[in-house]
Design a protein around this ligand. Structure first.
Ligand code: PMP
Length: 428
């Protein structure tokens, strides 16, 4: 019997490339049929067959309160009744800008956009316009959206310029992007020594969530700040994923390091399309209409999306919110690790705030190369077992996972119990 998911997948592929509007949704990495979701509430989602899952994807990060949070939904409804879009400034956008600048002290001015990609693309253009330089540094395994300058992988030798990682990106663009190893202070120092004064900016996920979850060393992050300052390069923290996810002040609050620019997305839209970039006033004043760096958007600052974002930010500001979110996530990670250890399965896990990584590896990875060395085949089998049992993890061994405030202890424990059965069946 063909399931409704299979029917929809076949139908989708006739008019939508790969049947999806964003590649990871196609389950290419894990195989099988993607679940077409039709409803989400709290910690749960339901697919086209009506099957229920405990959700650890959370729309890839935004659903920090759980899905369809009633306060957020009401804010959206109320805003929609006043009009969906004006293409003119609104008071709500000022509320959002003021809130973001208050929450992230590194942010003196901020501009709203509609996606994380727009935020990083615009921040890089701004850094180039501000410094008058072309070269940028990114790190292997960090994802910053799909702008041309960012779809670049490391070149063949140390310190060579990057190669396009997507067809359609001209070599002429990629040659301005230097791709370095995450967590490699010596290589970073060497690069600044030889090219430092040509570098417009360094963009980094200050805790990486796009090569599974990887934390940087304090040494690496402090060195990065010092080198950017010494060479006049703009330091961009891409906190699209980590912003308000790892804690109330993002990664910058955890490390106590001040970036020059920050990009945001996901949580600040509460499930609606919102992104933002902001930071030092002297840099932000280079943006049009004040300055010569052009950036714009018909739907930027959408009144409905901003209402959803503000309602979300209100709720995560409640006392104890992050303590609870962190406790739930830690419970998951510790429970899974203990269960795997009990059965002698090579597995470990890590977390920060409401974000976690699962690794079929002996130790928590420190770099892209480490992550690539993990056992993808075991992850894929684990993933399908959990999915069939109603626990929805990200469909790739190389993505971080997310817990929401709507995940109860009982929810987490049921996921651990299910995983325990898999670990037992796959005992060493
Ligand atoms: N930066 C980071 C760190 C991200 O995780 C993502 C998306 N996963 C983006 C940028 C791009 O955001 P969007 O998908 O909204 O364009």
């Amino acid at each position: 019997m063909t399931s409704r998911n299979e029917e929809l997948f076949a139908r989708a592929q006739r008019t939508i490339p790969g049947g999806v509007n964003s590649p990871v949704r196609a389950f290419r990495s894990v195989g099988g049929t993607p679940r077409f979701l039709k409803k989400a509430l709290g910690a749960r989602v339901w697919d086209a067959d009506g099957k229920e899952y405990l959700d650890y994807v959370g729309s890839w990060g935004p659903a920090i309160l759980g899905h369809a949070d009633p306060v957020v939904v009401e804010a959206v409804r109320a805003a929609a009744l006043d009009g969906l879009s004006f293409g003119a400034p609104t008071e709500r956008e000022i509320d959002m800008a003021e809130r973001l600048c208050e929450l992230l002290p590194s942010m003196e001015m901020v501009r709203l956009v509609s996606s994380g990609t727009e935020a990083t693309m615009s921040a890089i253009r701004l850094a180039r316009g501000f410094t008058g330089r072309d070269a940028i540094i990114k790190f292997e395994g960090c994802y910053h959206g799909h702008a041309d300058s960012l779809l670049v992988k490391a070149g063949s030798g140390l310190l060579t310029f990057g190669n396009p990682s997507s067809a359609g990106v001209p070599e002429d663009f990629a040659k301005h992007t230097i791709v370095l190893d995450y967590n490699n202070p010596a290589q970073l120092e060497e690069t600044f020594k030889t090219r430092g004064d040509a570098i417009a900016c360094v963009i980094i996920e200050p805790i990486a969530g796009n090569m599974n979850l990887i934390k940087p060393s304090a040494e690496f992050m402090h060195l990065l700040r010092r080198l950017c300052t010494e060479h006049g390069a703009v330091l961009i923290y891409d906190e699209v994923m980590t912003g308000f996810r790892v804690g109330p002040r993002g990664v910058q609050g955890l490390f106590g390091i001040t970036p020059d620019l920050t990009t945001l997305g996901k949580v600040i839209g509460g499930g609606m399309p919102v992104g933002a970039f902001g930071g030092r006033r002297d840099i932000m004043q280079k943006i049009a209409p004040l300055g010569a760096v052009y950036q714009a958007g018909t739907l930027s600052g959408s009144p409905v999306a901003v209402a959803a974002g503000l309602a979300s930010l209100d709720q995560i500001a409640r006392p104890g919110f992050y303590e609870l979110l962190t406790a739930r996530t830690t419970r998951l990670v510790e429970g899974l690790t203990a269960s795997a250890a009990k059965h002698g399965v090579t597995f470990t896990a890590d977390s920060v705030g409401g974000m976690f990584g699962l690794y079929f590896a002996k130790a928590v990875p420190q770099s892209y190369a480490d992550v690539m060395g993990s056992d993808k085949d075991s992850f894929n089998r684990f993933f399908h077992y959990m999915l069939d049992a109603g626990h929805y993890f990200a469909p790739s061994a190389f993505e971080a996972g997310f817990v929401s405030a709507a995940h109860s202890e009982a929810d987490i424990d049921s996921t651990i119990a299910t995983a325990d059965a898999w670990f037992a069946a796959n005992a060493a």
